[in-house]
Design a protein. Sequence first.
Length: 359
Amino acid sequence: MKDNMTKRKQTQTKKGLYQSDYEHDACGVGMVVNIHGGKSHELVDNALKVLENMEHRGAETRDKTGDGAGIMVQIPHEFILLQGIPVPEKGKYGTGLVFLPKDEKAQQEILSVMIEEIERESLTLMHLRAVPTNPEVLGAAAREVEPDIKQIFVTGISDEDVPVFERILYKVRKRIENRIDNEDFYICSLSNKNIIYKGMLTSGQLRRYFPDLSNDYFTSGLALVHSRFSTNTFPKWKLAQPFRLLAHNGEINTIRGNRGWMKARESVLNSEALGDIKDLRPIVQDGMSDSASLDNVFEFLMLSGLSLPQAMAILVPESFNDKNPISEDLKAFYEYHSILMEPWDGPAALLFSDGRYAG
């Protein structure tokens, strides 16, 4: 026993300060849902507690700069009304947080492009809200690259188009993304169902950085949280999760092939629901993580008309063999869809929601 301990100490000494005993990695993901659909601030508070208890799952630097943390919730309609923002009834406006450069001239140029694309769909950028933040909680490196954070409100949808509003907002967002080339610009989400608060934060900083999250009227019936430990991209504000539909733990082993195949099939892709997708390309946004790429394709499939479970089953098919048999119908489903989409293989855990369903 004593000999073993001596050998172990010698091994640790040879490695310098590094000790394998303290080795840990992998993102933290969590989800809290009221299965009856009831919305409350308690649920949001519980989700933030889940996130705070996963601090060991996220990476951070010596100066307390986090690799990324965030939360996805249903749009807190009552909270928005109490901010004095005259939004129409629930579901008839789109909203989301936008990261913008601090430079005012660059910001105005970006906003003019956004207004142009919003008005192209006969909609209106009704309000721009400065999101309250506490920069003093940030680590020095995160504060150095901290964006200006605004919440946008898009209105003007007709009653008959409300069922396809999410699809219209997707087209608006993709066109804006394709026109703006600025490292400090990013649309966290633009939806009439969900909203995402995230940043280059540690798990414990999210609640303190965004005071909105502590307001008693900030309610939701579901919440996804994520604490980031990335092994394939450096920290950035826009790489924090959740993304628009999912939070992901693990690495997608087939990511180069997945991205390559999506790029290759873009020229023959068509979608009756989305119409001409020429100005929505690339489907997979450049310079993002493997999780973000999966989210891009998941979003495209859903807004092309697939249901949430169907789109996820096509992207991440179940493993089956003689020891893990599945029904013939299910096997036929997977085999048929393998013609259309190769599996995105390797995720350890995926949590996803479209604001109505969660899985």
